[in-house]
Structures are given as C-alpha cells and as structure tokens.
Ligand binder design. Structure first.
Ligand SMILES: [Fe+2]
Length: 261
C-alpha cells in the first residue's frame, strides 16, 4: 500500500489509519474545530495519477448533534451540465495552493508540498468515464482563454444539491468512497462534542489490501498495534520488496495537523 505523501497527518493511529475529528491521541478535544467545511478531494494534493485514491471512514464516537459528512457525485453532476458549461471547461486546469489549505496550517514550511495542477476534465482511471474534477476549495481554475476563477466561485456555478448525499453516522458505520468521483466535505455543527472516526486511504488498485488491513487493525490502541503488528509489518515489507514495489510501509509518517472531514 502506498499512501500518497502528505495524506498522513500527525493524529495517526497506525501507519495507515488516521484519526479524524476533534479528539487527539491524548484524549484532548480540540476546541471549535471547523476544518474541511468545503467540497474537496483528499487526493488532490498529489500529482496525477497519485490523486486516484479510495477512502474508508469508520465512525467510532458520534456526536449528539452535527458531525455529518457530505458527498457530491461529480460524475452524475457532470453528465447533466449544459454543452455551454462543458465547453467552458474544455482544457481547463485547476491549481491547488497547498499552503492555503486549513489542514496544513501550522506545518513547517519544508513540509508543505508545492502547488499541484490537475486537468478539470478527467477520465476515471477505472471506469474510463469522463467527469469534472474540481477537487479543492483552496485553488483556482484557469480556462483556455487564460481567464481564472477561484474554485469556490466555479463550484457555485455548477453545484446542484440533487447530487449531494449527507451521511448521518451511527457508531460503527463504515463509509467507503471513490475520492475521484465523489467530492466530500464536513457538514460541521458538532461544536465541542466529541467526534472520532478512523480513516484509511488507498491508491486505486489497493482497495482489497486496505480493507484487509482495516479489518485487522481498526480500533487497536497504538500500543496494541505496535506489539501485535511488528512481525506483520516486517513480513509485508519483505513481500513488497520481493514484488519490486517502490513503497516503504515502515517509513515514518509525515507530521502535520489534524484533518476533520
Ligand atoms: Fe477530506
């Protein structure tokens, strides 16, 4: 499994599972946490094809109010856009300003990756179906005539709530989505109530491995994980090297602030 650099945050539970919400590993509740209240894709900070990822969120502590996650089906939305709008997007590029993303605020300068550009018109790598990719709030779109527009302004022009699904979690829920086709956002509204989910991410093609990993490790404390998975990690590294994979699953996770979703 090769987690894109920058998608691991310092609230990491295990090398591949990140704590999402407002509870730090020491139990502290981050006050007034309001990150990710905008449509985005987590993979957008990575150059193509590394942005093609799948995400799994497992709800551990559900707040009594709020705390939902919204999903926007960009493929269905793209299919219903007018020819004029689709023409408007032809050859358009979106540039992600990573330093402006809330989740990276507080990172050391050296930890922040350079800006990333993506084609707005994408072909889904698995389904081979065209769709728009307007993945980041903190970016701008450059059109073929050289004009630019901020991503929120572009999204406002095409957004249609009929392609939106908002998930109300129950404890134990496991939500899996294709981060290329679906944009997502926190729906907020949980104040300082505790909210905790575990997140796993996988680049396209690694989903079965991620599901197996999550089943085996989700909910274990870091100490339990350390003691029970040391031998497993060594075995996986050995297997990965034997297969000629370029990933190093034991590499230290990149530090950074908490993401909320
Ligand atoms: Fe996210």
């Amino acid at each position: 499994m090769n987690l894109p650099e920058g998608l691991a945050f310092n609230n990491q539970e295990t090398p591949f599972i990140t704590r999402i919400g407002n509870i730090l590993k020491d139990g502290t509740v981050m006050q007034n946490q309001k990150a990710s209240l905008y449509w985005h894709s987590d993979g957008d900070i990575t150059e193509a094809p590394g942005h093609f990822i799948y995400i799994m969120l497992n709800a551990k502590i559900v707040p009594p109010v709020g705390g939902r996650t919204g999903f926007l089906d960009m493929r269905s939305l793209s299919k219903e856009l007018s020819p004029e709008i689709l023409e408007w997007f032809q050859d358009a590029k979106i540039e992600i300003k990573i330093a402006n993303i809330d989740d990276f605020m507080g990172c050391k300068e050296a930890e922040i990756m350079p800006n990333v550009r993506h084609n707005v018109n994408q072909i889904h790598p698995v389904r081979e179906i065209p769709q728009l990719y307007l993945c980041a709030h903190q970016g701008f779109v450059t059109f073929k005539d050289g004009k630019t527009m901020s991503t929120p302004d572009v999204m406002e022009k095409i957004y249609d709530e009929k392609f939106t699904y908002i998930h109300q979690y129950e404890e134990g829920d496991l939500v899996i989505w294709d981060d290329i086709q679906m944009h997502h956002r926190s729906w907020g509204g949980f104040g300082n109530h505790q909210r905790l989910l575990f997140r796993g991410q996988s680049q396209a093609g690694d989903v079965e491995k991620l599901i197996k990993y999550v089943r085996e490790n989700l909910g274990k404390s870091p100490i339990e994980y350390e003691s029970k998975n040391k031998s497993l990690e060594k075995k996986e590294v050995h297997e990965a090297k034997a297969e000629g994979a370029d990933c190093d699953i034991t590499s230290e996770v990149k530090s950074g602030p908490l993401e909320i979703n």
